[in-house]
Design a protein around this ligand. Structure first.
Ligand code: F6R
Length: 241
């Protein structure tokens, strides 16, 4: 079941997202977190709420969706760095409770299997998702099997193009692989909160909500999840019936 919330713009989308997230900011909850431009407004609101209202993350755990393969942790565009810069360093979550998959080391598939095991042991209460312009969720590109677990994947050329804005607009600097939670992993979350803003997401939003459930649009699988909230702004909703 997808509950669709249509808002005017990005700021309103971030406000609504925070309203949903706030219910989960209580001890014992497990958050599934995302990177990219979309969650920044929500993370700013979570930081403000921590600073002004004292909301504590000391007993909250988190699992991120994905990480580039081969970027050192301290690289400013590693998702490890992104999460520390935009959220973890500004709240009181414990480092050992804030999990980001590793894109470094010898046996990435084995590490991916262990990541899924950890998530199975503490199921995610709310999974935050952005949406790729090609319909991807996490780095599950079109064609990824719906039952996939955490795995190493190749980035689609459109994703490399979308993300090169973070790498001096130089596509050759964008890593070509990532470790990503699989679609099967994401679907285990009890509640899913997907945000999509901007005209470049409009086709993916339409395919996700109105298209068939098909691996050509990874996000379309959310139609089969029992509890999803989708927040979209006007430009992202422009192609909906
Ligand atoms: C990030 C992630 C990606 C992004 C998507 C949208 O952890 O998994 O799927 O959510 O690429 O990116 P933005 O928000 O930058 O438009």
């Amino acid at each position: 079941m997808i509950n669709i919330i249509r808002v005017k713009d990005y700021e309103e989308a971030s406000d609504k997202a925070f309203e949903v997230m706030k219910q989960f900011l209580v001890p014992g909850k497990v958050l599934g977190l995302a990177t990219g431009s979309t969650p920044l407004g929500l993370y700013a609101r979570m930081v403000k709420d921590h600073e002004e209202n004292g909301t504590s993350y000391a007993d909250i755990h988190s699992y991120n969706l994905d990480e580039y393969v081969g970027l050192p942790l301290e690289h400013p565009e590693s998702y490890y760095s992104f999460m520390h810069r935009n959220l973890f360093n500004k709240i009181d979550i414990r480092e050992e409770n804030a999990h980001v998959p590793s894109g470094l080391g010898e046996d990435l598939e084995e590490q991916a299997r262990k990541y899924d095991e950890m998530i199975d042991n503490e199921p995610v209460d709310i999974q935050l998702l952005g949406l790729g312009s090609d319909g991807h969720i996490a780095f599950n590109e079109p064609g990824t099997p719906f039952d996939s677990g955490t795995h190493v994947c190749d980035l689609a050329e459109s994703t490399i193009r979308d993300n090169c804005r973070f790498f001096d607009n130089d596509m050759s600097k964008v890593p070509t692989q990532a470790v990503t939670q699989g679609i099967g992993t994401i679907m285990k979350a009890k509640h899913i909160l997907l945000l999509a803003c901007g005209a470049n997401k409009a086709q993916a939003v339409k395919d996700m909500l109105e298209g068939p459930v098909d691996e050509s649009c990874p996000a379309s699988i959310l139609q089969n999840h029992p509890d999803v909230t989708v927040i979209i702004d006007e430009p992202a909703a422009a192609l909906l019936k």
